[in-house]
Write a protein that binds this ligand. Structure first.
Ligand SMILES: Cc1cc2nc3c(=O)[nH]c(=O)nc-3n(C[C@H](O)[C@H](O)[C@H](O)COP(=O)(O)O)c2cc1C
Length: 327
């Protein structure tokens, strides 16, 4: 589906200036400038995760994205920790036009702060309640994320969440959590979303900076191979099952004291992921893992998703006529 028309050219494409209605979910430890630029060059929205970029390197990493693409891209901010405001200022001073936000401190008026920097703000939310509040604060687009997704998750599944948020807010809604192919993209559009955000599926690309062992484990995983624990970050996070995740999960369900778990959390699982220690690192990933069978270039992946969605549209006949009225 090429050009600025057709059922896959949605308000998301118009608002963000992108070709396809796909956002690459920010992924700490997995995205760098080269990867983000590859996504944007392929027609989707590349998003640079900032959570693992040292404060004094953030400006340069953003400049590097700009060197590698002239297409729109975004930076992700996680509203936690003492450096959040400084990071937000660096992003704004670097001329970034689009910001997505991850799970953070609900007391911080994050969206209104970012809007004061005149950027488009796309917060990720887990419930209708959050969506309404952040729309009121000025969010341009809501990313509604179900508990099937990788990384921080809430408690509501994507299928019931999307239409309820679509009905509750006036701004466009992007669906996240469990998307990995063209069928998923179309399903999201039918539910009233104007596009999808995919994270896990993008880990298994040639350009992602995930360690090769992490990519291989993801490919070998089935839909049953993830679990949710709050022990890595203090907030519920969906990860691939490995020795440490299962240990955390067991302690948690057996009611073990948090203090002992806190000690375990200090073991440097970020670094272990980078080193390819797939037993003791935190390998954030969602239930769509079972659908992933190969590592491919970002461009191929995006083209496959778009071609599949386009082919289904053609097969279903008039769905293309229905979709634009729904988002
Ligand atoms: C490895 C990994 C790291 C992530 N890190 C972040 C992050 O730094 N900030 C954020 O807002 N979301 C983060 N997420 C969530 C993704 O941006 C996205 O919303 C999620 O992966 C969508 O669900 P899916 O995995 O089913 O595609 C992460 C997800 C994964 C899998």
């Amino acid at each position: 589906m090429e050009g600025n028309s057709g059922p896959l050219y949605t308000p998301l494409c118009q608002i963000l200036g992108i070709k396809y209605p796909i956002i690459q979910g920010a992924m700490g430890m997995v995205t760098d400038a080269r990867f983000v630029a590859a996504v944007s060059n392929a027609g989707a929205l590349g998003v640079l995760a900032s959570v693992n970029v040292p404060l004094n390197q953030l400006k340069d990493e953003i400049a590097r994205v700009r060197d590698l693409t002239d297409k729109p891209f975004a930076v992700n901010l996680v509203p936690l920790g003492a450096t959040f405001r400084q990071r937000a200022e660096i992003v704004a001073q670097s001329g970034v036009k689009i910001v997505t936000t991850g799970r953070g401190d609900p007391r911080q008026p994050v969206v209104s702060l970012l809007k004061s920097f005149e950027v488009k703000v796309l917060p990720v939310v887990p419930t209708v309640r959050h969506a309404k509040r952040l729309e009121e604060e000025g969010a341009d687009i809501i990313i509604a994320s179900g508990m099937e997704g990788g990384g921080h998750v809430g408690k509501i599944c994507t299928l019931p969440l999307i239409p309820q948020i679509v009905d509750a807010v006036k701004v466009p809604v992007v669906a996240a959590g469990g998307f990995g192919d063209g069928r998923g993209l179309l399903a999201a559009l039918v539910l009233g979303a104007c596009g999808i955000q995919m994270g896990t599926r993008f880990i298994a690309t040639e350009e992602s900076t995930a360690h090769p062992r992490f990519k291989q484990l993801l490919i070998a995983a089935t839909e049953e191979d993830t679990l949710v624990t709050s022990r890595f970050t203090g907030k519920t996070v969906r990860v691939l099952k490995n020795r440490l995740a299962e240990y955390f999960y067991r302690l948690e369900t057996e009611g073990e004291k948090a203090v002992e778990l806190e000690e375990l959390s200090q073991r440097g699982w970020w670094k272990k992921v980078q080193e390819g220690n797939i037993d003791e690192g935190m390998l954030a990933a969602g239930q769509i893992a079972g659908l992933i069978k190969e590592i491919e270039p970002v461009e191929n992946l995006i083209q496959c998703v778009i071609k599949e969605a386009t082919a289904i549209c053609a097969h279903l006949g008039n769905i293309g006529g229905i979709l634009p009225q729904r988002h």
